[in-house]
Design a protein around this ligand. Structure first.
Ligand code: OSB
Ligand code: MG
Length: 374
């Protein structure tokens, strides 16, 4: 049997900044442009692409485009360039000695999957054993001017065909907002996301939305905390869903064993890569715990990857994977993702991620570029 390996010869990093269609405001800040780092990995005449979703500021977690650039260039690249990489697990064991920096690692793992798929003539969905060709999706709406402005924004997304809505909340901007949306749409599949903005004490106000039949309350407490979420979950009817706190398959197990949440938002980047995301999915499926695919305002590259992941059978709740036009007038992939009539998006079927790069768009958005060689 021929041992299948990949020996990356060079890696190009593109630090890019893309204007968002509309500002996106969360409890940790407001973004009008989105920065990220695109990874292009070259091997055997092929190029695999990955997206490192770290943003400009350390608001979501501690990583930034700056820390990712540093870790990618100084530590991850030397561990893989000129090396024989067997698969994603092999990659994970090579980068294990780099503590943390999951967003940086995940960007490279994605590029490896794209390379393996292109070499073997398989889509990511096929490689993962995806169960469906279309994935149910929703829309994540940032904090708006007022509760009535929020209802208008929700209305416009419903008009576009989205059938599940998530609204961002923060202390003082939750009860009136959530009540207003629920009143306007009594049957809407609705959920809220606090991005770690509450303490156990200030989270008591969320009891006022505990009777609104929400799908879930996402990450109310500290990002490095699981225990206090357990205390909070025991006081709430609404399922708590963890995002920031679950940074690895181990943490997913801790959270479920502690009963800190009933649902997990899986973001491959947060957990260090697609292989880790699949491992969390498998664990949750075995435990009958619902999961869904989170988003980080990805470009077409990360969006293709999220769609492939969300095609796995345990992703039973709609993902934060909206159509390309919800985020960007111009994307860096030639392919744009559109919403189907039933609030789904079609999973790409091309080899690897199944997307191609619009080089002129990549150039237009470029802040810095570097190529590293073996
Ligand atoms: O917490 O889910 C989050 C965007 C950036 C950082 C964190 C989050 C988000 C979103 C957007 O909610 C989801 C999307 O990509 O549509
Ligand atoms: Mg979240």
């Amino acid at each position: 049997m021929v041992k299948k390996i990949m020996k990356p010869s060079s890696l190009t990093l593109h630090h890019i900044s893309m204007p968002l269609v509309a500002p996106f405001e969360t409890s940790f800040g407001r973004e009008t442009v989105r920065e990220c780092v695109i990874v292009a990995l070259h091997a055997e005449g092929l190029t695999g692409y990955g997206e490192c979703v770290a943003s400009r500021e350390p608001g979501y977690n501690y990583e930034t485009t700056g820390t990712a650039w540093h870790i990618l260039k100084e530590f991850i690249a030397p561990l893989i360039l000129g090396q024989d990489i067997a698969d994603a697990n092999d990659f994970q064991s090579r980068v294990e000695r780099i503590r943390g920096h999951h967003l940086a690692k995940a960007g490279v793992e994605m590029a490896l999957w794209d390379l393996f798929g292109k070499r073997d003539g398989k889509s990511l969905k096929e490689m993962f054993g995806g169960a469906r060709g279309e994935v149910e999706v929703g829309v994540s709406i940032g904090i708006q001017e007022s509760a009535s402005a929020l209802v208008k924004t929700v209305d416009s997304y419903l008009g576009q065909g989205y059938r599940r809505v998530k609204i961002k909340i923060k202390p003082g901007r939750e009860v009136e907002e959530t009540l207003a949306v629920r009143k306007a749409y009594p049957d809407l599949r609705l959920q809220v996301d606090a991005n770690s903005a509450y303490t156990l004490e200030s989270a008591q106000v969320l009891k006022k939305i505990d009777d609104l039949n929400l799908l879930l309350i996402e990450q109310p407490l500290f990002e490095d905390d699981i225990w206090d979420h357990r205390l909070l979950q025991s006081e709430f009817k609404t399922p708590i869903c963890l995002d920031e706190s679950v940074v690895s398959p181990r943490h997913a197990r801790y959270a479920l064993e502690m009963k800190a949440c009933k649902i997990i938002n899986i973001k491959p980047a947060r957990v260090g890569g697609l292989s880790q995301a699949v491992a969390i999915h498998d664990h949750c499926l075995a435990q009958k715990v619902p999961v869904w695919c989170g988003g980080m305002l990805e470009t077409g590259i990360g969006r293709a990857s999220n769609l492939a992941l969300a095609s796995l059978p345990g992703f039973v709740l709609p993902g934060d994977i909206s159509a390309s036009d919800r985020y960007y007038h111009r994307d860096i992939t030639n392919e744009r993702f559109a919403l189907n009539d039933d609030s789904t998006i079609t999973v790409p079927t091309g080899h690897g991620l199944g997307v191609t790069i619009d080089e002129s768009a990549l150039k237009e958005f470029s802040l810095a570029e570097i190529t590293l060689k073996a």
